[in-house]
Write a protein that binds this ligand. Structure first.
Ligand code: BGC
Length: 740
């Protein structure tokens, strides 16, 4: 297969791009993610491997974070005694004292889930070797990590020494997470370490074996067990070395190190090529449904595969007690915490293409219902109130204060207190999963309880005043405006939530009466409570300006200073970064799709007062809010693209899509070093499928499309599951079809 459109290639190494590419070239398998750091290391690199669910709350830190586990990558190669390193560029190709890199190519093949690097290196001795590195985190067996190095003597007879190690002297950017005691094993041909996290007491075991055609020797320095081998290579001769590593934690094994050692023995006997073939076969299954084919836009095609790849690699395959953090497992940003990014951005593509993975993610929220109930209770409410930021315990883990700003001050973070729409976002994902998969067992056993108990929360949260229901002290998607009253996004989604709760109850009554009864009793769904819900759906305050024919983001929004956001271009950061936090919150600058997000989620069902047409209001909303949005969040452009496409604003939709799909590849936010923007990745999939292609369930209950494609796209082909059946759609661009 021709893989040009399946590869992200780095042709020239630049130290300035080191951390950016480390993030882009992350590999993973739903169990762990490993950043694309080099085998031999590089000054200032961040070789991070994160394993789902392994959080630690080190004393002195505000909140828990995912723990960087020992680095399994190190392979150091010495050519005629000189360590191979990526040396800063030089024009002296002959004999600089540290050797010289004559050529370099690194590529992430997303179809195969394999990262490769080729380097031509001239040692100071004058001998030239070609080094070919390859690595993958097996999708077939999530505890198998494999590396291969092929060393060829291109010019001259070279003496080669290879050292393979596990580096257990790791921290999270300087923050230590392990207790001082550790176990180290460097006997025989397999090396290993076992450590315990400080507060959470998770045990992490890592084992590794270098398979070499020549004799090997093991040893260790402090926290670094290693294996060495050495040999002479005659000109044009080559040698292949394989390194197998395995990671287990006390979340999945009683004796993590021992289990990892056993896995290594198994992997070594299977052999590298067979392991890779099994791994690639699993990737082929993923892509069979997850790939979207765009005919007419190679760059968008490649970038889209990249974003889809980064949704697939963090999605847990076997574990329903973990979820995808805002930066996936590709970096330390947001400390591995789980936000609404998962349910509204990452889960929908998985619902339609990998329903089992989507189910695992939703089960994470089910297992964390106790944390959500605890949060509701602690705040004086009933039911379940999900945390804005969630980790392994399901408790609220949003920090209350920011890191120090440039002037040394800290900013109070209110999202953990006031960004309460997360409970409804989770309900939205559950309903979507149920509607598309028809997984009634999930609904009756797990999903209904989450939808209903979060509805109970809202019933206790709304306030009856001014002859209607209101909700005060909220943060909507637009986080620049904090603790506001009556966010139209929040209030409207709560109405949707309660209406959905009724639909679920009706369905249960008719189809699963015993479960209906069980939930009514357990969650105390009394007639009074249900009457209140109905009342709320009818008398909720939904701010609307009848003069302008628009939904009002929240009352008072238009009284604030107007800033012409489009004038602030071109810009690198957000308008907020230019104006400062204190000023921005007093202006009409919007951080991200808010009313626009509501239009994406509810579409034509957004609801408008009598006498208004939905389309007219949606267009008015767009014309009002789009020019006020500074896309300060990476979640924003894709939601705008989706909405613009539905409104038929195709050029704008394409521009926004193009921006969104390159957020990480082009480092559009300037912070890719901290990790992949998971929500943007899920958002672009939705912008294409729901936006440009208009996929929906029609009145007859069947999936149908309503395409509005960018003018240069000839067609889009995608596959989705609907109620267990796979269906492939090819959506053509009528303009191009008729002219061809
Ligand atoms: C966005 C939130 C998002 C969070 C994590 C914030 O900047 O405003 O909507 O959940 O980042 O990605």
């Amino acid at each position: 297969m021709h893989d040009r459109l399946w590869e992200i290639v780095e042709l020239d190494f630049s130290p300035d791009e080191l951390l950016h590419y480390e993030t882009l070239f992350t590999i993973g398998n739903g169990y762990l993610g490993t950043r694309g750091a080099f085998e031999e290391g590089y000054p200032g690199d961040t070789p991070v491997t994160l394993v789902h669910g392994v959080y630690d709350h080190t004393p002195g830190m505000l909140v828990p974070e995912l723990v960087n586990v020992p680095n399994w990558l190190p392979i150091n190669i010495y050519v005629d005694g000189t360590p191979f390193k990526l040396i800063t560029k030089t024009t002296d190709f002959m004999r600089p004292p540290e050797g010289v890199v004559l050529g370099y190519r690194r590529a992430l093949n997303m179809r195969r889930g394999v990262l490769t690097r080729e380097v031509l290196f001239r040692a100071p001795s004058g001998n030239i070797v070609r080094l070919e590195f390859e690595r993958f985190a097996s999708l077939h067996d999530i505890h198998v990590l494999a590396q291969r190095v092929r060393i060829t003597a291109v010019d001259g007879n070279a003496h080669i020494r290879v050292e393979s190690a596990i580096d257990a002297d790791v921290t999270n950017a300087g923050v230590p997470h392990y207790l001082p005691e550790f176990t180290l094993d460097d006997r025989g041909d397999t090396i290993g370490v076992e450590l315990k996290t400080q507060q959470s007491k998770y045990i992490v075991g890592v084992a590794s074996r270098l398979v070499s055609p020549r004799r090997i020797q093991t040893g260790s320095t402090e926290k670094r067990p290693y294996t060495v081998t050495s040999f002479d290579l005659a000109q044009e001769d080559w040698v292949v070395l394989d390194k197998f590593s395995s990671i287990y934690t006390s979340r999945d094994a009683l004796s993590p190190l021992e289990t990892a050692q056993g896995k290594i023995a198994e992997a070594a006997s299977v052999g590298y090529e067979e392991l890779r073939a099994r791994h690639e076969a699993e990737w082929a299954k993923y892509w069979a449904t997850s790939d979207i084919h765009i005919d007419g836009d190679e760059e968008a095609q490649r970038a889209l595969r990249f974003t889809t790849y980064h949704i697939l690699i963090p999605a847990p395959r076997l574990d329903e007690r973990v979820s995808i953090g805002a930066k996936t497992l590709s970096g330390l940003g947001y400390k591995g915490h789980v936000f609404w990014d998962t349910e509204l951005f990452c889960v929908p593509p998985l619902i339609l293409t990998q329903p089992k993975l989507a189910r695992n993610l939703l089960m994470y929220r089910y297992h964390n219902l106790p944390g959500a109930r605890h949060k509701a209770q602690a705040n004086g409410y009933d039911g379940a109130m999900y945390p804005w930021e969630s980790t392994d315990t399901g408790e609220e883990t949003t920090p209350q204060w920011s890191d120090p700003q440039p002037d040394g001050t800290k900013i109070r973070i209110w999202t953990g207190d006031s960004e309460q729409h997360i409970s409804t976002d989770i309900a939205y994902a559950i309903e979507k999963y149920w509607r598309w998969t028809g997984d009634d067992e999930f609904l009756t056993q797990y999903g209904a309880e989450m939808i209903l108990d979060t509805a109970v929360f809202w019933g206790s949260r709304v306030e009856e005043k001014n002859g209607r229901f209101e909700i005060s002290q909220q943060i909507g998607p637009d986080e620049y405006h904090e603790n506001i009253d009556n966010s139209v996004f929040v209030n409207r989604m709560v109405v949707w939530h309660l209406q959905t709760a009724f639909a679920v109850l009706d369905w249960l009554k008719a189809n699963a009466p015993a479960d209906h009864q069980r939930l009514v009793e357990a969650l105390k769904l009394t007639p009074e409570r249900l009457a209140l819900w109905l009342d709320i759906t009818q008398r909720m305050y939904l701010p609307f300006d009848t003069n302008e024919g628009i939904h009002v983001q929240f009352p008072g929004f238009f009284d604030m200073e107007y800033i012409p956001v489009p004038h602030y271009t071109p810009r690198i950061g957000s308008v907020q970064a230019m104006l400062g936090h204190a000023r921005t919150i007093q202006t009409q600058v919007i951080k991200q799709a808010d009313v626009v997000m509501l239009m994406a989620l509810l579409g034509e069902n957004i609801g408008v007062p009598e006498g208004f047409s939905v389309r007219e209001v949606m267009l008015n909303n767009w014309n009002t809010y789009y020019p006020r949005c500074d896309h300060g969040s990476s979640l924003s452009p894709a939601m705008h693209a989706w909405t613009a496409a539905r409104l038929g604003l195709i050029d704008t939709a394409y521009e926004l899509f193009d921006h969104a799909v390159h957020i990480d590849l082009h480092d559009n936010k300037g912070n890719v070093r901290d990790g992949i923007h998971a929500a943007a990745c899920g958002g672009v999939w939705q912008a294409i499928v729901f936006g440009f292609c208009g996929l929906h369930i029609d009145a007859a209950g069947q999936p149908a499309v309503d395409p509005r494609l960018p003018e240069h796209w000839r067609s889009v082909t995608f596959t989705v599951y609907y109620r267990g059946e796979k269906q492939t759609f090819t959506v053509k661009n009528p303009a191009l079809v008729s002219s061809s």
